[in-house]
Design a protein around this ligand. Structure first.
Ligand SMILES: [Zn+2]
Length: 434
């Protein structure tokens, strides 16, 4: 039986019960109390929420009553961030400005107090304990230059479990990053899927000795099964998957040793899955849009924040034996699919699964329109790849159903620029503005 997720005793402690007493009912009772606290805080301090909650009952009697509350959207955060704050600006320890490329209007800004940042450090400590032991040394290939950034908080969290965080930042020079991986005798790596894949491919091509890694945590983007397999085969380690975003306080959930879905920070965040078109909740096991409510955040609480990611709660208990729920790995965003109507729509994850199994592929960019799909593929070894990619794409049901003309260009390897990879949609027909 896989080891119990360390999130289980941690959440039991936060809730105030013994680990063996952690049931769905105990979690729900705690979440309802924290939700009502958050609602009271929002009404008292946030002009945005005071207006949004006007006329609604002061308290929720059950978690299901949350459905009567309006959603908070990315546009709300973008347009009126300061009116969401429930503390004075002098109490804010960190402001994160998110890239607004592809959208009009001001960038998104998220505000955190020192206490909010401590909640993230605490989660990183416990989440990393899933696969990190005292004495382990973890190379952090995430932005960490600024105090309070994801890499910085992770580096601060690791000593709490007796480990060492080695801050590096995003990979811009693959050979240099590999050199540091070896020189620092890293036993673990945290990074973005395509960046870690670039290290794996270069490690083999440049005949670096195999690093002595035990685990790799992939985060910030869809994690293709082919990348997990490539990393595990090359480095003889176990790959875990983390889900989070800045709005969640960077961390959201992490796989346990069973690796069948994320366990979530259920003491700090309440997740719902709703129909992306109607906003109505869907049953466990059904796909829908993820929505979360912060339960313990003090700087900028978010009520029913629409993430745009599509996933589902998995039915049945986890193999690790916890009462915590399991969220299936997120594959795509509602506005990141093409086109809107047919049963077989195309997502970046579909392309990932078709392209990354091909040997030598480092990364790709995709542009889709009503009639064509253009791929630029970066690769270590370009021989025969154009044909192989074209054949792999032709097998995708969406490409066949939509009759897309496929064009493939293969270029020599590069280090991908940071940021989430997404399908670029150039046609407006059949899509929604997003
Ligand atoms: Zn589990």
């Amino acid at each position: 039986m896989p080891e119990l997720t360390p999130l289980h005793p941690w959440i039991a402690q936060k809730i105030g019960c013994a680990p063996e007493a952690l049931t769905r009912a105990a979690i729900a009772a705690y979440q309802l109390d924290r939700l009502n606290e958050t609602l009271a805080l929002c009404r008292a301090r946030s002009p945005f929420y005071r207006q949004k909650l006007a006329g609604l009952p002061e308290k929720r009697a059950a978690l299901a009553d949350l459905q009567a509350l309006p959603f908070t959207t990315a546009e709300d955060v973008r347009e009126r961030p300061l009116s969401l704050l429930t503390v004075s600006q002098s109490e804010i320890a960190r402001v994160v400005t998110l890239d607004s490329s592809g959208t009009s209007g001001p960038p998104k800004r998220l505000y955190f107090t020192a206490a909010d940042q401590e909640l993230t450090r605490d989660f990183f400590h416990v989440g990393m304990a899933t696969f990190t032991k005292p004495g382990d040394r973890v190379l952090i290939l995430l932005p960490g230059e600024r105090p309070g950034s994801v890499g910085d908080l992770l580096a601060q969290a690791l000593p709490r479990l007796g480990g060492t965080g080695i801050p590096h930042g995003l990979v811009t020079d693959v050979a240099q990053a590999l050199g540091i991986l070896h020189a620092e005798k890293a036993t673990g790596v945290v990074g973005m899927p395509v960046q870690v894949l670039a290290l794996v491919r270069a490690s083999a091509a440049q005949q670096f000795p195999r690093p002595q890694l035990k685990s790799v945590l992939l985060t910030t983007d869809h994690v293709p099964a082919a990348i997990v397999q490539a990393v595990e085969a090359a480095w003889d380690c176990t790959v875990y998957n983390h889900y989070g975003m800045t709005e969640m306080g960077l961390g959201g959930g992490v796989e346990c040793a069973a690796r069948t879905g994320y366990h979530l920070r259920e003491a700090d965040l309440f997740f719902e899955v709703v129909d992306p078109q109607t906003g109505e909740p869907v049953a466990d096991g059904t796909y829908g849009e993820l929505v979360f409510t912060t339960l313990t955040r003090r700087g900028m609480p978010l009520l029913r924040y629409r993430i745009g990611d599509i996933s589902r709660f998995l039915s049945g208990a986890c193999g690790c034996g916890t009462a915590l729920r399991r969220l299936e790995a997120v594959r795509f965003r509602w506005h990141g699919r093409f086109p809107h109507i047919p049963s077989h729509f195309l997502t970046m994850a579909d392309l990932d699964d078709a392209i990354f199994p091909l040997p030598g592929v480092l990364d790709f960019a995709a542009v889709v329109s009503e009639t064509s799909l253009q791929l630029t593929v970066w690769a270590e070894d370009m021989g025969g790849l154009e044909t192989a990619v074209t054949q792999a794409l032709a097998k995708l049901p969406a490409v066949r159903e939509l009759g897309l003309a496929v064009a493939v260009k293969v270029l020599p390897g590069r280090v991908n620029p940071p940021g989430k990879r997404k399908l670029t949609i150039t046609s407006l027909a059949g899509t929604e503005p997003g």
